[in-house]
Ligand binder design. Sequence first.
Ligand SMILES: NC(=O)c1ccc[n+]([C@@H]2O[C@H](COP(=O)([O-])OP(=O)(O)OC[C@H]3O[C@@H](n4cnc5c(N)ncnc54)[C@H](OP(=O)(O)O)[C@@H]3O)[C@@H](O)[C@H]2O)c1
Length: 224
Amino acid sequence: MVMRVFVAGGTGAMGRRLVPQLVARGHQVTATTTSAAKLGMLKQLGAEGVVMDGLDAMSVGEAVAAARPDAIVHQMTGLSLAHAGKPDFRHPERFGALANRLRTEGTDHLLAAAEATGVSHVVAQSLANWPANREAGLVTEEEPLPPEQLPAKFRIMVEPIHHIEDVVVKAGGAALRYGGFYGPGGGIEDQIELVRKRRLPIIGGGAGYFSWVHLDDAASATGL
Ligand SMILES: NC(=O)c1ccc[n+]([C@@H]2O[C@H](COP(=O)([O-])OP(=O)(O)OC[C@H]3O[C@@H](n4cnc5c(N)ncnc54)[C@H](OP(=O)(O)O)[C@@H]3O)[C@@H](O)[C@H]2O)c1
């Protein structure tokens, strides 16, 4: 079914791969940026671009109401150099501060706008890395990883992700737990650079691992 889709965060690593996929499937896409300078990029991707501040309830409400979407996709994170500065895993609470707000306040604003405009179909970005535990394996929904097992600074990053999953699922939507992104515009190149510069902290014996997902596969999981 052809739909009107509202992509909050259409210019990010995921948004840039997701928007053309949605357009190719015939959907009419409205996509957001915080910068008028990126409206041209959104047009090139095939979307109608709109400037929106995800932390401003009125801005979100107006953008969603004007787009009159059938579905809303939340891809706002604020983790790029422009928004968060250089990746700093020693201070995730600083580096991830904007992402945390977009995952909590931003999600709440989008859901409020969805409710106000009668949109029941919401898909949001979550992360698969956190429900995993080296000793316990993949923890289940019934026995989640106790938050106290995480270092305090990482708890600050995990709680907003739990918030997304909690409120989006309660609203009848879906939270997609992505792996780490790789592919065009994905973050793996940055990670390699950090390893080269010896700035990626090695935890414990260094035997841990990350799971990755290609941006195009993650985008196709949106299911629209
Ligand atoms: N699962 C994962 O591995 C994962 C998840 C997320 C990000 N990352 C990585 O982190 C790096 C940066 O991510 P990114 O390229 O997606 O950029 P980003 O800075 O995280 O931005 C993502 C989207 O959020 C939007 N945004 C930022 N602040 C906003 C606000 N106040 N209101 C509304 N929208 C806002 C951005 O719009 P504008 O910039 O146009 O304003 C952009 O469309 C990439 O390397 C990416 O792969 C990885």
